[in-house]
Write a protein that binds this ligand. Structure first.
Ligand code: HSE
Length: 404
């Protein structure tokens, strides 16, 4: 029998306990032995829980119990979770996590520590919740040179944008609705400012390109600047506004990684990803384009990926081949400064002035537009700096990259 300890009995941790309990027979059949929760660590009391007798408050109980071979870390954050993960790995226990912040910021050292100790550190649930993406990227697509990874990596912001597009809700109202539905946190900053998507694209870039991509080097823009006017102009051009995390291999081997809103053509598969759903689009030099789609958050979808990692380790007896990547380098990551795209631009001023200054631009219309506002999409691809130079002296209200 494989004994597991769960750290943190929040949404994901309680989902892991539920899946391990409800699917215990099929899990045992697949692994070849049963997988049982021996401890759940949480500072709170859960007297009514069916796991009543298994709750502990002191991590050293788990750390010092040789029977526990797998620790599931669902605490979140990069402080306590880092300490417990290091201690568990040093104690010779494999660790499974859904913690994107920890993997993005400390994944390299933790995967190396796991390798050194001959145990596993797995994190399928850290990107895209229940969507299988870490294994497909590292195993099924291993024969490719990956050219690009691009995705809708945050469900909360995708929900907000979907409600702005479909129901015409202003950003603040759509955010409030997301909070009422339990998608957005009371402090929604990590989602709406793009930090959550940044952590996820860094993990995907680490794996796709084999070198550590530091989240602090990745330019990150959220959706707080998106207005209904932008949504309407985009609609008039047959496009939707989506928050994308992108990591694109450059010819010289550097990685252009960033998070920003984009105008996406309605014919692109990513444009059809609505509500809280996530999608990851991968371009490989042999396979071409592949897309992974599903629920990027939530109790049971995330637990689905966590428990699959637990089963993978249990099946291999802890001898699963390690997932890790190489050192990073500040010169590895280039921001968006060299990335050439067409751009959507909205200015305060007349359409003629916009055309005169930018040159080749497809002007856009929307109902309710005032004469002192103009918007368009550049006909030519250019860098953001080149466009900003053309717009010198104009009051720019919005500037959004168009996905190629
Ligand atoms: N808050 C995240 C989202 C879920 O909305 O996608 C966990 O990363």
């Amino acid at each position: 029998m494989v004994k597991v300890a769960i750290l943190g009995y929040g949404t994901v941790g309680s989902g892991v306990a539920q899946v391990l309990h409800e699917n215990q027979d099929s899990i045992a059949a697949s692994v070849g032995q049963s997988v049982e929760v021996k401890y759940i660590l949480d500072v709170r009391d859960f007297d009514q829980s069916p796991y009543g007798g298994r709750f502990v408050k002191d991590f050293s109980v788990i750390e010092e119990d040789p029977e526990v071979s797998i620790v599931v870390e669902t605490i979140g954050g990069a402080a306590v979770a880092l300490n417990f993960t290091q201690r568990a790995l040093r104690a010779g226990k494999s660790v499974v996590t859904s913690n994107k912040e920890l993997v993005a910021c400390h994944g390299l050292e933790l995967t190396r520590l796991a390798k050194e100790k001959g145990v596993c550190y797995l994190f399928e649930a850290s990107v895209g919740g229940g969507i299988p993406i870490i294994r497909p990227l590292t195993v099924c697509l291993a024969a490719n040179q990956i050219e690009e990874v691009c995705g809708i990596l945050n469900g909360t912001t995708n929900y907000i944008l979907t409600r702005m597009i479909q129901a015409g809700l202003p950003f603040e109202t759509a955010l409030k609705e997301a909070q009422e539905n339990g998608y957005a946190e009371r402090d929604p900053s990590a989602d709406i400012l793009g930090y959550d998507a940044c952590r996820k694209i860094c993990i995907l870039a680490d794996l796709a390109f084999g070198k550590n991509v530091d989240p602090q080097l990745v330019p990150t823009e959220g959706i707080t600047g998106i207005s209904l006017a932008d949504v309407d102009y985009a609609d008039g051009a047959g496009k939707k506004i989506k928050l994308l995390g992108r990591a694109v291999r450059q010819a010289d081997g550097r990685v252009c990684a960033y998070v920003a809103p984009h105008l996406v053509d309605v014919t692109h598969p990513i444009a059809g990803v609505e509500d809280v759903f996530n999608a990851v689009f991968v371009k490989g030099n042999a396979v071409g384009d592949v897309m992974f789609y599903g629920r990027g958050a939530g109790k049971l979808p995330t637990a689905s990926a966590v428990v699959a990692d637990v089963m993978d380790i249990a099946r291999s007896g802890g001898n699963r081949s390690p997932i890790t990547w190489g050192d990073g380098d500040p010169a590895l990551v280039c921001g968006t400064e060299e990335l050439v795209s067409r751009f959507y631009v909205r200015i305060k001023g007349a359409a003629d002035a916009l055309r005169n200054q930018v040159g080749e631009i497809k002007l856009l219309a929307r109902s309710g537009a005032t004469p002192d506002e103009a918007a368009g999409i550049t006909e030519l691809a250019m860098t953001e700096a080149q466009l900003r130079e053309k717009l010198m002296g104009m009051e720019v209200l919005s500037l959004i990259r168009v996905l190629n």
